[in-house]
Design a protein around this ligand. Sequence first.
Ligand SMILES: NC(=O)c1ccc[n+]([C@@H]2O[C@H](COP(=O)([O-])OP(=O)(O)OC[C@H]3O[C@@H](n4cnc5c(N)ncnc54)[C@H](OP(=O)(O)O)[C@@H]3O)[C@@H](O)[C@H]2O)c1
Length: 270
Amino acid sequence: METASPQRVALITGGSSGIGLALAHELAKRKFHLLLVSNQEAALRECKLDIEKKHGVSCLTYCIDLTIADAPQMVFKFCESNRLEAEILINNAGVLLFTEVVSANAEKLLSILQLHVTVPSKLSHLFGKPMVKRRSGHILNVSSISSVMPYPGISLYGPTKTYLRYFTRALRSEMKIYNVNVTCLIPGATATSLYDPNRVNLPLAMKLGIMKSPEFVARKAVSALFQRNAECIPGVLNKVIMVLIPLVPMWLIHLVHRKTDFLEKGKNTL
Ligand SMILES: NC(=O)c1ccc[n+]([C@@H]2O[C@H](COP(=O)([O-])OP(=O)(O)OC[C@H]3O[C@@H](n4cnc5c(N)ncnc54)[C@H](OP(=O)(O)O)[C@@H]3O)[C@@H](O)[C@H]2O)c1
């Protein structure tokens, strides 16, 4: 008896909003079927309907909190039981934590480490194996320009994105000999729900060119992925920032941190 061949999909974590959703549309335009993974059932349902209607591809969804133990294994099992083959894996789900480490909520502190370090590493391990076996596939890891910013206030966000950048670089070399492409997306400020709209004026920031739209970032990312580029930094300003920021001396960062109230610092009562 003949068994149907598995359905090939692009798997996107955090595919229900922001950059992940824009990547989903960009890939759907290129007729890729999708599997969106995130933790909001209603948002996933809405995205599925919209994508299927707009692009005529199939968009499957899997609702899971990726910070729970074994979440990557559960995503992998979901694909196995539904006969889905990830030809593209996009590790995009992430959160922004803007606080002093000692003031951080313990659960959030752990979740940022899981989302930016553990989950992308485990998913790359699980989905990378069949890619190696097939001698084809793409992995896109979403880092950030904060990866060159070991700064107060983003002491968890920046360094976890540094891990993701260097992990991607090393994984890329390992996978190259198996014809599997691994690319790192390094966005600068992008107008998404990562920011609190009460604190950041997103439309104004986009108008001034300080922020990019998620659609712009996704267009650049997908094109870099298929060109098999090592890294993609969307926007000229962001490319300049990536070169200049590491030159800023840490004493200056300490000074700005001490003299300004940008970060609500020194307010904990430990
Ligand atoms: N926006 C920027 O300026 C910027 C710059 C550089 C890098 N990035 C990176 O880009 C990636 C996407 O962020 P974004 O800006 O597009 O923000 P976003 O719109 O908030 O998207 C984050 C996505 O991650 C998902 N997610 C968060 N926690 C999750 C969890 N525990 N389990 C499952 N899914 C979870 C969210 O799903 P729910 O909505 O369902 O929670 C959402 O789909 C992140 O890795 C971020 O660090 C963003």
